[in-house]
Structure formats: C-alpha cells, structure tokens
Write a new protein. Structure first.
Length: 352
C-alpha cells in the first residue's frame, strides 16, 4: 500500500465521523494500515470521498478499454496483482455461466469479449418519499458479452471496465466513463472514483460500486447495468434498507444528491444508502467474502418506524436483533430479491 495513505488517515476518521448515522469519536491516531484492505490502493482522499486505483489498458472488439482489478479467486494471483483474495469467485462460472466472460491476458493486458456502453444519460428522479423513484435510468449498460468477472485460465478475477476509447475522457457527464469515475490519467495509469459508504460487522466501510444486475439499482449505485450478472444462488448478502430517517434508499433519495452526476467538485457531498455488507475481506471472514453481493431489501414496519427513527443498522447481528420490526419491501419474508451488485471493499474503520 502507498505511504500516502498514512498522512490522510486521521482525516479519514474525521470525515467518516461527519457522515449521517453513527458518529465516531474525535481521533488523533492515524487509521491503521491494516484497515485499507485493497493492497493496490494508491490513495484514499476522505475529504473528497474518493479512491485512486491503478488503471490497466485492454481491448474489447479491437477497441481500447480501461479497467481496474480488485479481486482474484486465487490467493497467489491476488498477491501477485496486489488485489483482494475472494475465494468465492472460483465458483462463479458454475453458478452462472453468463456471469463470467472468458478472456485472454497478454503482457498484463486483457482482451475482453465485450465492454459497457457509457453513452446513455443517467437519470434518477426521487419520489416524494425519496424511494421508490419516479424515474431511474442507468448511465451505462452492457451487452450479453460483458461482465466484470473475467476467467483467465482457471482463475476468476474482478476486472470492471471503467472507461473506453483513446481520446478525451468525460468525467462530468460520463459519456465514455463509468459513473463513479471523476478523474483518469492514462499516462500514469491511475483512475479516481467516488466512494460508497456503508457498514459491515459493526464497522464503517468504504467501497466502490461498479456493476448491478438491475437498472434501478445500477442508477442508484452509479454502476453499470449488467443484466447477465445474475447467478442462481450462493452469493453473500448485502442488506439494503428501503425506508428510515438516517439510513436507506428513501433517506438517500431525499438527502444524498443521487440525481447529480459524480464529479471531482461534488464527490464529497454525494450520499450513500449506508448498506450493511455481511462480511469483510479480512481475517477469518475472508473465506466468505465476495465482491458480488446478493441484495436483501429491509423495510421498517410502519408501526415500528417512529420507534426506530434513530436506529442505524451496522451489522447482520443488528438486523437479526430487529427482525421483528423489519419486513421485506412487499410485506413478505426478508430474503434475496434477485438483484446482484459488484461492490469491492476498499477500507473499514472500527466503530466505538
């Protein structure tokens, strides 16, 4: 990891403390280096709400594409690339053949079968309650040939394409860049993306959201809509609250500037729904980690909503504790809704 992370660590703690939800105490000690879980991270700018990662040049259909790598199903390969070891990715092809694209890598460059189309205009119009939206149209879509999960030999890596072409890159309207990309430097091979924020295991989590299998989810997450990214089962859950005053999709729609395009000037003000990830790629929990998450919708029952106005869920244990006050969005049993999101974890901070 880059030593530039350390001087920014205290600022990261302060910035996280200022986020809506649970507050962190003021701290002068730097964030431990072990809390930055993606080894290849170049820098995290907590005040701007961004992360800078290595950028790779590849091709798709003979045209130039630019991509990042965040995870590998093989431990030795992950160490060689400086990315997260995500062993569950090894079974991606068996659960969903269309979820994985076979590719060739030569001299550190991948030839992809397909690439996203970043030209659509992203549109998100919140409803009067914030969520559901009046309109939600993703700013990037993918054909059946594209998925961020790439199989090279027997190894599956997570390699989202974040830009296309050789010319000037649009990092405000995102006509040829992924909707979280706010800076790109092909000469120095770096890309800067707006971060998403959430929780896992009672910790604050910083991550990026790059693809989703549902168009509305892709719009909310500023991700690429990839309809083929739908394995049949077996992926780890991410809990998404739909209502509430300090967490959830309704809160995000009303307060998170979700209708705005991400830029370098506004990335710090962009909100997140503060989703609850079920695991982290660290220690004993790494064996259960995957960047591909299976969405569960949680809705506070109307009779419980006022009583839980100040409740912010930060772990699966808390979700279980409050299960009697929660329901699925349609009033049924809580469980997977068939939406999958690609959200590699960048860093975490312990809560008090």
């Amino acid at each position: 990891m880059d030593t530039a992370l350390i001087p920014r660590a205290a600022a990261l703690v302060a910035a996280l403390a200022a986020l809506p939800g649970l507050a962190l105490p003021a701290a002068s000690a730097p964030l431990p280096r072990a809390s930055i879980v993606l080894p290849s991270t170049i820098s995290v700018d907590p005040e701007a709400g961004t992360v800078t990662l290595p950028l790779h040049r590849g091709t798709a259909g003979g045209k130039t594409v630019w991509y990042i790598i965040t995870d590998s199903s093989d431990r030795a390969d992950a160490q060689r690339r400086g990315v997260l070891f995500a062993p569950l990715l090894a079974r991606a092809g068996s659960l969903c053949d269309a979820c994985v694209q076979k590719a060739v890598e030569r001299d550190g460059s991948i030839a992809f079968p397909g690439a996203p189309d970043f030209s659509p205009t992203r549109v998100y119009t919140p409803g009067t309650a914030g969520f559901p939206p009046v309109a939600a149209h993703p700013g990037a879509t993918a054909s059946a040939q594209y998925t961020p999960l790439v199989k090279i030999g027997d190894i599956v890596i997570n390699a989202p394409v974040v830009a296309t072409g050789d010319g000037t890159f649009d990092v405000t309207g995102h006509a040829n860049t992924q909707d979280r990309v706010i800076a790109i430097d092909t000469a120095h091979k770096t890309v800067t993306l707006a971060l998403a924020k959430g929780f896992a295991l009672g910790k604050r989590v910083l991550y990026i959201s790059t693809e989703a299998s549902d168009p509305a989810a892709a719009t909310i997450e500023r991700a690429t809509y990839v309809p083929s990214l739908k394995p049949t089962s077996g992926w780890v859950p991410i809990e998404v609250v739909t209502n509430g005053s300090q967490q959830g999709l309704a809160w995000l729609g009303l307060t998170g500037h979700v209708n705005e395009d991400a830029t370098a000037s506004n990335a710090a003000s962009l909100g997140s729904s503060m989703n609850v990830l079920s695991t982290l790629p660290t220690g004993n929990t790494q064996i259960a980690y995957s960047p591909l998450w299976n969405v569960d919708f949680l809705t506070w029952r109307q009779a419980s909503l006022a009583a839980h106005e100040d409740t912010v869920l930060t772990s699966e244990a808390q979700v279980a504790k409050h299960q009697g006050s929660l329901t699925a969005m349609n009033g049924g049993q809580i469980g997977p809704v068939g939406i999958f999101v690609n959200c590699p974890v960048i860093a975490y901070v312990d809560l008090p």
